[in-house]
Design a binder for this molecule. Sequence first.
Ligand SMILES: Cc1cc2nc3c(=O)[nH]c(=O)nc-3n(C[C@H](O)[C@H](O)[C@H](O)COP(=O)(O)O)c2cc1C
Length: 233
Amino acid sequence: MGFDIFFALVIKFNDFLLYNSMIEKELYGMRRDYSPKPLNIEAIDKNPFVQFDLWFREATEYEDIEANAMVLSTVGKEMLPSSRMVLLKKYFQYGFIFFSNYKSHKGKQMEENNNAALLFFWPKTMRQVRIEGSVKKIAASESDEYFKSRPRESMASAALSSQSMQLPSREIFDADVKRLSECTDEIKRPEHWGGYIVEPVLFEFWQGGINRAHDRFRFTGKGSQWKVVRLYP
Ligand SMILES: Cc1cc2nc3c(=O)[nH]c(=O)nc-3n(C[C@H](O)[C@H](O)[C@H](O)COP(=O)(O)O)c2cc1C
């Protein structure tokens, strides 16, 4: 074998080792023990919205991260699930509201299939809340109200972004956003941007416990009628 081929093989083997050492990480031993307050059937509020409100308030107090950041999962007609973070902007006894681009990937999926799931993870208090339900657009007037409350740059970005489409030039997009946000014209909410409400039919409250003794309570129902059961962890 010539030296050239030998060196080429050595380099290839090194690349192989480097590549594998970079992408392979075994996390079997990675765990934390938590010392939270256990959750029991007596303590949990029988209205899941009230229980959510209680935990959300505690999360805003204890968490370093944005407590209102949540995972939104959607599935379109092709049956491929897709998840991403969005920010919860309002909750009340009918549901959970967030804002986005109606023509985005998530927007298209929710158009095709109005079932969606939300997930909150609050690590400091070791809590997870799952919410599942149907999703629909909120009234245009409500979207207008929130849109107007946003910083001008966010309005401009929402108006100009074709969210989830290929962006040919970041520089051109930034310059367009700057131009629009600095001009004095009113920036109107584009029709393709607005709010969604998730109306729950299921909540699950998960409280991490010591030695993996986690507490899980699942609520099923609608409106003010809910049934709660404890689940195996
Ligand atoms: C913490 C956090 C909060 C976010 N909040 C929103 C939001 O409220 N609305 C939104 O459209 N995208 C939000 N995003 C961006 C989305 O995760 C996502 O990239 C974008 O909506 C496009 O998703 P899609 O292509 O699946 O439609 C947020 C991202 C992060 C990390």
